[in-house]
Design a binder for this molecule. Sequence first.
Ligand code: UTP
Length: 295
Amino acid sequence: MAKRIRKAVFPVAGLGTRVLPATKTVPKEMLTVVDRPVLQHAVEEAREAGIEHFVFVTGRNKAVIEDHFDMAYELEDTLKRRNKTKELEELMRDLPAAGATSFTRQQAPLGLGHAIWCARDIIGDEPFAVLLPDMITLPGGRGSRCLQQCIDTHARHGGNVIAVEECAPEDAHMYGIVSVGRDFGHDFEIKGMVEKPPKGTAPSNLIISGRYILQPDIFSILEKGEKGAGGEIQLTDGMIHLQKSQPFHGVRFDGKTYDTGSKIGFLAANVAFALARPDIAPGFRAELKRIVGTL
Ligand code: UTP
């Protein structure tokens, strides 16, 4: 039987150059989608999927991330004195349990594979989840978000799991791409993977989209520090190695994924997440209609 997935790694040490100047002093994972940082959306997705321990791989200028997942005594005390019970309850509900977070540092942004390797001692010898926090998801017809669907596939097939989604075939050269083996519909065996294939050579238009379940054996592969596309230590290259000895399955996530690491994706995420919020949607929809009417 597949082992339960208890821990998740959130790599948050990148520089966020695609959303400058916002990210000059504010980490891109702390930019706000509706009323909470992008990173909190990813943590909520992990929590919903049963994750109990949250591992953040941070870097310099990212200390605010640690503070966000801690108590804020003055604020909480002031809310209490002003009888702002609802706000206080929401803050306390979102606070991870004591001891349920770990923070480690990637001293230089050498690539996603290197960032994941930095979490090796905290993860230990058990399968774990990875969430790229700038990719945030809304549920589709199955009613669950992306990590839950990955965990369901892991429970069915074991091994390693990657969430995928379709891209326009002409954009495939910009992403990590998988090819499909035995197909079960919602999920499938991954036959092969390639990071940023040269134009016209991609084996499919299914991109690796930011949620993974990995076996701990990935760490000894990443330890070698081999550089790939862009001179970075790529997670995809590590997974290609691991696939020589272990099965990988892909999940066609049936909801929507937004890449908040790009300016357009960030704006689209704000619109979609606001429209999905029963408390905000009515007022926002009216405002949006007014703006759209001027286009
Ligand atoms: P991205 O490639 O989207 O992040 O990595 P980036 O490097 O910050 O982006 P740009 O291109 O400069 O705008 C996906 C995730 O992996 C983390 C990032 O913080 C992001 O959450 N990451 C990436 C690391 O933690 N370390 C790295 O060396 C690279």
